[in-house]
Design a protein around this ligand. Structure first.
Ligand SMILES: [Cu+2]
Length: 471
């Protein structure tokens, strides 16, 4: 196995860091190199059912969402690894789009231009923003026009993401490439000194189908876009060179319909520190994690006990796919102590009313298909409510709510348990067949129109979506 690749920008970034720089210095240095797309120097390795040629994991460039940052959606071409090009839809030519990073308390201001031949919008999934910045199906940006998305960042540190939200077109636009990460930082998170710079790695995991020419195609079946190939950060069969250090992986399930059950091939646990809405109260070790489209995970992985030359595979137990190969290529001394206490999560309690949501078939909530001109219910601002989700089949339904994060209280039936990654604050929760899930939610960001919907994009596009108004 080839461990030293001097022309690999990832490795150059690591080499520059030496042993003496602090993690914070590391951030600045890697920002300089992270925008570069890794040059493929492929090495065949034995994995799974045969020899698979792997390519360096690509990283979208970092971006600051300030001062009318110019973001354009347009058709483009992306190298998915090793010179395998595909036509895509891209933000600023990147697939995935630029990784935004901003601080709590700042104001984001992004001038979006639609360079597509059809209407689109930008929804900031997980971010609490005013209705007019939420990218809802009523607020589309016509081809050839622009729209300024401006909103204060009022929430705690977490990994969010942005993608289109036009009714009946979301699945296609996201699958063809329109998605990117949006990381919020705050003082509480900074005080933990978590792995950063080259040691903080965003991973957008999804599946993908190709036509005979190798172009990404959107060809969903009645059960959704369940594609045949895995892809991470827009890279087919990726690898990542790692040091003998602790890494922080910011993981998004960016698939349209697929659940992933993550494990490490060497049996090592993940240290779970956060999810959709930011840090958990305490770190917890878990050996496998199943998550659904739209959900995020904040994971620490400790490579310190491994020898240079070792490899570990991030795998999906549901499909047997090898998602990403970690190649230990450099010995460093990392004395980082993984913190146990992480954050304070103020518990919601004493709901003033209960609402029921039945996710019916593949197209309806409480018997109704989405009508963008209909407001289905009103929710008082600042008041805690209990919302109960049930389904009569055709799950999984990853239930996503705009306008607020929530706290999951219980799951009965089906898997009949809450998992460690469902603690804290969430904005998307997996509802499987025969399950009832209860959450507590309180809208204390803004009044206005928001959405509850299934985040299986084919269910969403076919109408499993409902407007409500915070009053
Ligand atoms: Cu659904």
């Amino acid at each position: 196995m080839n461990n030293k690749q001097s022309n690999d920008p990832e490795n150059e970034a690591s080499t520059q860091s030496a042993h003496s720089v602090t993690r914070r210095d590391f951030i600045r240095m890697t920002l300089l190199t992270a925008g570069a797309i890794a040059v493929a120097k492929a090495t065949p390795v034995l994995a799974g059912r045969g020899t698979v040629t792997r390519y360096p994991l690509r990283f979208p460039p970092p971006a600051s969402p300030y001062n009318n940052f110019s973001l354009t959606a347009a058709p483009g071409t992306a190298d998915l690894g090793g010179g395998k090009y595909s036509s895509v839809l891209a933000y600023n030519g990147y697939f995935p789009g630029p990784t935004f990073r901003a601080n709590r308390g700042d104001t984001a201001s992004i001038q979006f231009t639609n360079g597509l031949s059809e209407a689109t919008s930008v929804h900031w999934h997980g971010m609490v923003v005013p209705t007019n910045a939420d990218g809802q199906p009523q607020n589309l940006v016509a081809p050839g026009t622009s729209y300024l998305y401006s909103f204060p960042i009022i929430q705690r540190a977490c990994l969010n993401w942005y993608h289109p939200h036009p009714h009946m077109e979301t699945g296609k636009q996201v699958v063809l490439g329109l998605a990117g990460a949006f990381i919020v930082n705050d003082a509480e998170e900074a005080a933990l000194g978590l792995p950063s710079g080259a040691y903080e790695v965003p991973l957008i995991v999804r599946d993908v189908n190709f036509d005979s020419a190798g172009n990404i195609i959107y060809n969903p079946t009645s059960s959704g876009y369940l594609a045949k190939n895995p892809m991470v950060n827009g890279t087919r069969d990726p690898y990542l060179n790692v040091d003998t250090a602790v890494y922080r992986f910011r993981v998004l399930n960016g698939a349209s319909a697929r659940l992933f059950k993550l494990v490490l091939s060497n049996g090592a646990p993940f240290t779970l520190i956060g999810n959709d809405g930011g840090l958990l109260e305490t770190a917890v070790q878990v050996s496998q994690i199943e998550f659904s489209p739209g959900e995020r995970l904040d994971l620490l992985v400790d490579f310190r006990q491994l020898a240079v030359g070792a490899t570990v595979m991030l795998q999906d137990l549901n499909t047997g796919w090898n998602l990403l190969e970690f190649r230990v290529t450099r010995q460093v001394t990392d004395t980082y102590t993984i913190p146990t206490a992480l954050s304070t999560v103020t518990k919601l309690s004493n709901p003033l009313r209960t609402r029921l949501f039945s996710f019916d078939g593949m197209t309806r909530i409480n018997g109704k298909q989405y009508d963008m001109n209909r407001i289905d219910f009103q929710v008082p601002f600042g008041q805690t409510e209990l919302w109960r989700f049930t389904t009569n089949g055709n799950a999984p339904h990853p239930v996503h709510i705009h306008g607020a994060s929530f706290q999951v209280q219980s799951r009965t039936g089906g898997r009949a348990t809450l998992f460690p990654w469902e603690r804290g604050w969430k904005d998307t929760i997996l509802l499987n067949d025969r399950e009832t899930v209860e959450i507590l939610i309180r809208f204390d960001g803004y009044r206005g129109r928001y959405l509850i919907h299934c985040h299986k994009l084919e269910h969403e596009d076919h109408g499993m979506m409902s407007n409500f108004e915070v009053i």
